[in-house]
Write a protein that binds this ligand. Sequence first.
Ligand SMILES: C[S@@+](CC[C@H](N)C(=O)[O-])C[C@H]1O[C@@H](n2cnc3c(N)ncnc32)[C@H](O)[C@@H]1O
Length: 223
Amino acid sequence: MSFKEYKTHVEMGDTVILYLNIKNIHAITVSEEVKNKKGNMVPNIFQTVYGALKVKDLIGMKYGSQVQMTRGWAFALHPTPELWTLTLPHRTQILYTPDISMVLTQLELRPGSVVCEAGTGSGSLSHAILRTIAPTGHLHTFDFHEQRSRLAAEEFSAHGLGDYVTARHRDVCGEGFDLDSVADAVFLDLPRPYDAVPFAKQALKKSGTVLFSLLGGLNGKLR
Ligand SMILES: C[S@@+](CC[C@H](N)C(=O)[O-])C[C@H]1O[C@@H](n2cnc3c(N)ncnc32)[C@H](O)[C@@H]1O
């Protein structure tokens, strides 16, 4: 699975970033067939402005190489958290790479860090956290929206990141994190983050850091 480590060639089940141009980038999962709207399995053909791509033809290609389609060409790129942020299915507002860089730096994350995140949202920040803390760290990510939490968990697992993350459906402002003195860092991207601060304190190790986003800015850091 391609998010966990870099590899040279595309394999079945990989997420490949199909780069047509700066405004036209797609994440596609490599499979021979997909379910159509009627629930029947049909050949996986991906339609783009440059024509159709038989997705199974990506198998065996070198990442970074040019892909011929019926009316033009694209590049098949290896996935990264940055490219995932540009292509993921939006279920919420998300954090983008410039803010994510600031969050990772302010939280002083490194391989081995244990992190609590709420809410999970669309998993944009989560993917960047996971790259930073793997393979020895762990992300505990929480969302009080059941479907968002479940879909994010499915994506983490499809991307080979399931061992490094626990996604839970939980209201962290009302119920807390259900964790005691384990986290190096807590990040809160939700309305009324201050309601979760006492719970964050309980989840944190003595040396931990809490950072929160308020009204779209990154404006709180507590040690
Ligand atoms: C702006 S989104 C987070 C986006 C995420 N940082 C990303 O980059 O994809 C905020 C999320 O917080 C969740 N949320 C709001 N209040 C919450 C609470 N009290 N406990 C858990 N999740 C909460 C919402 O359901 C929503 O999915």
